[in-house]
Design a protein around this ligand. Structure first.
Ligand code: AHR
Length: 635
């Protein structure tokens, strides 16, 4: 078939904003600690805990070390001698004074994954908080070696004096490169030495910032020339308890509360990440604002709306708690935009940025499955923000799907209330993206603008990138409705990723962009000024089989896939025989599987994971790991 495209350069289409394409950053897939955050020491403040991950302990990534026969005992303690209320555990070394001259006893850190990555000729900044009860002081020796014990740098020697917490620093240059580095801190003599916040940063961070970002990852992100940076997530924003940090029994699985993440790093509490690992908050709100500014991107933070999504459908019913979060959000705006002598602006200034960051947009909520409960709380945030800061665009959310009852209800509520902008999220098959190029052609031009905050076709193959590109032409054509769009998620550690696909992949030493990354880069580096109207003679029929990974929730909620039947390899029934739109969704699979469904009948499967069917009303989840092949039903 021949197709023709008629372009109408004389006609005027919608203007395309400079901020149209941005990035969605979430601390998922170890994107922060061990990733974008350049800290090389894992568990630097001994706060890892079983509550974060069943495999963790306060000594995770640490082991005892001895030099020249030095002996003693090492253990973590949480007592009155702690560094501060929010950094509670520390390392206590009781030294025997044994061994030869120069003897020492202490600990070694093995970094993230295979070790600390050190590069020949580069400088590394070491720091530690220490106190000693030895009247003459304690000599600390800091060494960097490979896993096999080969020295990587000249050791640092630091004398700690006095039994009050003091920060000590030193810098060394790596003599050789290694990806399996170990950092050892030993103490000589006798007595009790307490250590905390044992840290090693490359001097060469993105833009040279202290407490900064891993350069290759930040540079790859910046190379996209993003119009905005949405942070800090995703599911980590709105899941978990919304209570404040309250020592000593604080809840570790708490929603992302921005006040926990600013100020001196040694005073920031840790959290247990929704994705199953420890979150130090060393990379916090100040650093995100700074990163956005350094990339020339608009900062777009998202705060919890006190209704959890992401499988935890729970609306918090506590007016005082809600009021506190609303106030925290007002304080966040002051932190970003207030003068340096305002309460929260002063905290920003104290961290090194007296000038305002110029916040203009702020999201409230992420993928809530309870639209009415969500919107009631969203309204409280919105009214308070608009009353105090009328120039801030408050972004509402439309739930976790591209369509369906929750989506429709959320949109209706946002539309009726005249919300300025609504966040949409969807992860679908490449075929879906090809078929939905016209999605926004029919959106109400007078209604809320769209922030397409998360989307991806479910793999990192070239065909996925191509399908996304085709879809993005539809976003751009509708730039008068779709004002912001970001592929998701941004970063993934190959050693432990909770979500696929992702835009940029990394290990300890290197990083690489996916095909999807290259496609985003192409669009983001070439944002047009204005759409030139065009018309195609026709478009290819979309009767081809759907291939690629598909979120089953798409099937569950899309009328196009009504009555799909899915059975397991052994013939067991995994979805009801009379599966109808919206009546069932899949939970996240533990592994991957390949499925084939044709004309409503199951034809092939090599399912390797245990998948759980959840029924109507249960928690919805996108089974992004599931491979599906199917033919769209007639009509
Ligand atoms: O991008 C990964 C996850 O997808 C986000 O955390 C969540 O918002 C969505 O379900």
């Amino acid at each position: 078939t021949d197709y023709s495209l008629t372009v109408h350069p004389g006609r005027t289409g919608p203007a395309i904003g400079d901020s149209m394409y941005g990035v969605f950053y979430e601390d998922i897939n170890h994107a922060a600690d061990g990733g974008l955050y350049a800290e090389l020491v894992q568990n630097r403040s001994f706060e890892y805990d079983r509550a974060d991950n069943a495999a963790y302990s306060p000594m995770t990534a640490w082991s005892e070390a001895s030099v020249s026969g030095g002996t003693g005992s090492a253990g973590t303690v949480d007592d009155e001698q702690r560094l501060n209320e929010r950094n509670r555990r520390y390392l206590r070394l009781d030294l025997d004074g044994a061994g030869d001259r120069g003897a020492g006893f202490g600990v070694t850190n093995s970094g993230y994954n295979e070790g600390l990555t050190l590069r020949r000729g580069e400088r590394y900044d070491f720091s530690v908080w220490a106190r000693t009860d030895r009247p003459t002081g304690t000599l600390l020796t800091v060494g960097a070696r490979t896993a096999d014990g080969a020295a990587l740098a000249e050791p640092l020697r630091i004398t700690a004096r006095g039994d009050r917490w003091t920060k000590y620093t030193g810098t060394f240059t790596a003599r050789t490169s290694a990806a399996d580095g170990r950092l050892t801190v030993t103490a000589g003599g006798s007595g009790t030495v307490r250590l905390d916040m044992i840290s090693l940063f490359p001097r060469d961070t993105y833009k040279g910032r202290a407490n900064g970002l891993r350069k290759d990852l930040a540079e790859k992100t910046a190379a996209l020339d993003p119009g905005f940076l949405r942070f800090p997530g995703g599911c980590i924003v709105n899941t978990g308890s919304h209570e404040a940090y309250e020592a000593p029994d604080w809840e570790r699985k708490r929603s992302y509360q921005w006040k926990d993440t600013i100020g001196p790093v040694e005073q920031r509490p840790v959290n247990a990440n929704f994705w199953g690992y420890n979150q130090t908050y060393g990379l916090g709100y100040y650093e995100y604002f700074q990163f956005a500014e350094d990339m020339g991107a608009m900062a777009l933070p998202v705060v919890p709306a006190l209704v959890t999504g992401c499988g935890q459908n729970k609306a918090t019913d506590d007016p005082a708690l809600l009021a506190r979060h609303v106030q925290d959000t007002l304080d966040l705006i002051e932190f970003a935009n207030g003068p340096a002598d305002s309460t929260w602006g002063a905290k920003r200034a104290a961290m090194g940025h007296p000038a305002p960051f110029g916040l203009t947009h702020l999201g409230v909520g992420n993928e809530e499955n309870l639209p009415d409960e969500y919107f009631a709380r969203f309204t409280e945030f919105r009214e308070a923000i608009e009353a105090r800061y009328p120039d801030i665009t408050v972004v509402g959310n439309s739930g976790p799907d591209d369509s369906g009852a929750t989506f429709d209800r959320a949109w209706q509520l946002n539309r009726d209330a005249g919300v300025a902008m609504v966040d949409e999220h969807y992860y679908n098959s490449p075929q879906w993206f090809l078929e939905n190029n016209a999605r926004y052609d029919t959106y109400d031009r007078q209604g809320p603008k769209v922030f397409l905050g998360e989307y991806a076709s479910l793999d990192n193959r070239f065909s996925n990138a191509l399908a996304e590109a085709a879809f993005m032409t539809g976003l751009e054509r509708n730039a008068d409705v779709v004002e912001l769009a970001s592929y998701a998620p941004l970063l993934a550690d190959t050693n432990d990723a909770q979500w696929r696909p992702d835009m940029i992949w990394f290990d300890n030493e290197k990083s690489w962009g996916s095909a999807n990354y290259e496609m985003q880069k192409l669009f983001m580096n070439n944002v047009g000024d204005r759409v030139v109207p065009s018309a195609a003679s026709s478009t290819p029929a979309t009767t081809a089989p759907i291939t690629g990974a598909v979120g089953l929730s798409t099937w569950a909620t899309s009328a196009a896939y009504d009555d799909v039947q899915v059975t397991g390899a052994d013939g067991s029934r995994l979805l009801s025989d009379d599966f109808t739109a919206g009546d069932a969704q899949w939970t996240k699979a533990a592994g991957r599987g390949t499925w084939a469904v044709q004309d409503g009948a199951y034809v092939q499967s090599d399912q390797s994971a245990e998948d759980t069917l959840v029924t109507a009303g249960d928690t919805g989840w996108q089974n992004y790991d599931m491979k599906v092949k199917a033919t769209k039903k007639a009509g």
